[in-house]
Design a protein around this ligand. Sequence first.
Ligand code: APR
Length: 310
Amino acid sequence: MRSKVTVVGAGNVGATTAQRIFDKGYADVVLVDIVEGLPQGKALDMLEAGPVTGTDATVVGTNGYDETENSDIVVVTSGIARKPGMSRDDLLLTNMKIVSSVVKEVAAMSPNCVLLPVTNPLDAMAQKSHEVSGFPKNRVVGMAGILDTARFRTFLAQELNVSVNSVEAYVLGGHGDTMVPIVGSTTVGGTPVAKLIAKDRLEEIVQRTRDGGAEIVNYLKTGSAYYAPSAAIARMVESILLDRKEILPCTTLLEGEYGINNLFVGVPVKLGAGGVEEVIEFDLNDDELAALRKSAASVQELVDVMAAAE
Ligand code: APR
């Protein structure tokens, strides 16, 4: 039997994610949204691409949760997205309510699934999803670090005129202005990037990475990024469903690792059939560790605002 993946939210990120997973053909997909007709129409359109692309999995759209029963993975993208001038944090309380109600529904229908929150502000929404679902920490893992890292790798590859595949990097921390590109362990074809790009220029690239989401929002004006985000989600889904055990930067509950406690923050994890199978502790220098803890502190502020609002 094929695996089953539910994607909640049939907007830009959700629909593109559903399409990417459906196209791979190894999972049946359920697309859920509150807007009547939207998930049904998009799912049917995707399904009708099957004969052309050779995909014989199924994809259905629905406004309810019955069809999501016993999903292996549930991706949560429902919520509002940023407009120009907004930070991810401006979405906090609206998206907290949406994510809480969705997670309650999906956790009841698929008590053994791996939950993959994507809605922003990501780390806070992952924390909320963990709390509301009551799932063990290994089965709640947020998408952000792969996207931030992909942006960093894209800019470095452009700068050095090399394949993105030759750039190895990790961006850790919260998915926001305080994210932490780990320059010290970034290599290009095995050479430390600091030997290839001058310090000032490298700092500009790091800043562009931090502003990567806003750069897209400023172009689009009516929404935020979705092609790269959905690619990052599909990579996580694949590592879990195929038990690939890839080491990827994802948002996970830290319990003392990196000196951070009871907080969802982006760090490298081993992603396999069990979800987060291991939190990897990089050997960070003092500046990187301080930046990671500062980033965690800004996630904690959002978590505190959520707690005060309830
Ligand atoms: N249940 C199901 N779907 C919902 C609910 C709900 N309670 N509330 C909102 N939605 C749906 C909307 O109807 C919409 O179709 O979520 C979808 C969101 O889609 P978009 O507005 O296109 O937003 P998108 O770009 O997909 O971003 C979604 O992901 O990357 C993050 O910051 C982004 O938080 C945002 C989320």
